[in-house]
Design a protein around this ligand. Structure first.
Ligand SMILES: [Ca+2]
Length: 230
C-alpha cells in the first residue's frame, strides 16, 4: 500500500492508498535508519501523500504508515519500504561523521571537521598523519563491500612510498585495501571513491583509514559505508 512516488536523496515523498473504513481520522508516517525500528513518527492528518524533508544524503531509511480512527485506535504498520533501495544498510556506526567520532577510534592527527565533509555536516580530517578505525559486526563467510570518499587537501611532505589508504582487516589478516592515494594518482582537493569487496573471516572486522608510508598530508575522509556485496 505504500510506495515512493518521487524523490531525491534529501526529500522523500511517500504515497499510499486510502483506507476504506468510514471512521478514519488520519495517518501517521514512521521512519528510521534501521528496518522495523522507526525513530520518528509524523501525524500527517487525513491525506494519502507526504513529503519528508531534510534526510541525510548518504543514508538509507525505512518507512511505514499507520492509520488511526475517530476512536483513536491505530492500525499496525503497513508493509515496510526503504529508500534509496540500492543503498546498502551501513553496518558501521556514524559513517558520515555528522556529529562526532562515535564508533571510531581516532589517534592523534585526526579530528572531525565541517570543512572535511563530503555530504552532511562533517567529515574526518587528517592533520599530517594518524589513523581512524572502527570494529563492526560481520558474519563469517559473508561477502561485503566497503566504500568511502577520501581526499588530499594539502601535501606537507611527498612520500617516496605509500600514501592514504582504506583497509579492512579480520584479526591480523588484511582482507582488502584500496590503492595508495597520493598526488601521482589524484589532485589536491579532489574526492576519490574507494571500494573494497571482502569476505569476513569472523564475527568482528575492522575498517581503517590511515596514512601509510613516509609522506605527510592534510586529508579528508567521509561517507564510510559497509553493506552486503554490491
Ligand atoms: Ca559527512
Amino acid at each position: 500500500m505504500c510506495g515512493v512516488a518521487a524523490s531525491h536523496a534529501r526529500d522523500v515523498t511517500l504515497a499510499w492508498l486510502p483506507n476504506e473504513e468510514p471512521d478514519i481520522l488520519g495517518y501517521r508516517v514512521w521512519y528510521g535508519s534501521e528496518n522495523e525500528n522507526y525513530m520518528v513518527s509524523i501525524d500527517v492528518g487525513n491525506q494519502t501523500q507526504f513529503t519528508i524533508t531534510g534526510l541525510e544524503n548518504d543514508k538509507k531509511y525505512f518507512y511505514a504508515v499507520t492509520v488511526y480512527d475517530t476512536s483513536n485506535r491505530e492500525s499496525g504498520f503497513s508493509e515496510e519500504i526503504s529508500y534509496p533501495s540500492n543503498m546498502p544498510t551501513n553496518v558501521l556506526t556514524n559513517g558520515g561523521f555528522e556529529l562526532d567520532e562515535s564508533g571510531w577510534k581516532l589517534n592523534k592527527g585526526l579530528i572531525i571537521d565541517p570543512v572535511a565533509r563530503y555530504s552532511g555536516t562533517s567529515g574526518l580530517k587528517m592533520i599530517e598523519k594518524g589513523s581512524a578505525k572502527q570494529t563492526f559486526n560481520t558474519v563469517k563467510g559473508k561477502t561485503y563491500t566497503a566504500t568511502a570518499r577520501i581526499r588530499i587537501d594539502n601535501e606537507i611532505k611527498t612520500p617516496t612510498k605509500g600514501g592514504l589508504e582504506v583497509s579492512v582487516k579480520g584479526g591480523s589478516k588484511i582482507l582488502g585495501r584500496s590503492a595508495y592515494l597520493n598526488l601521482s594518482n589524484t589532485r589536491l582537493g579532489r574526492w576519490s571513491q574507494v571500494s573494497i569487496t571482502f569476505t569476513a573471516t569472523g564475527p568482528k572486522t575492522v575498517i581503517s583509514f590511515k596514512n601509510t608510508g613516509n609522506g605527510r598530508f592534510e586529508a579528508s575522509a567521509d561517507a564510510f559505508i559497509v553493506g552486503p556485496r554490491q
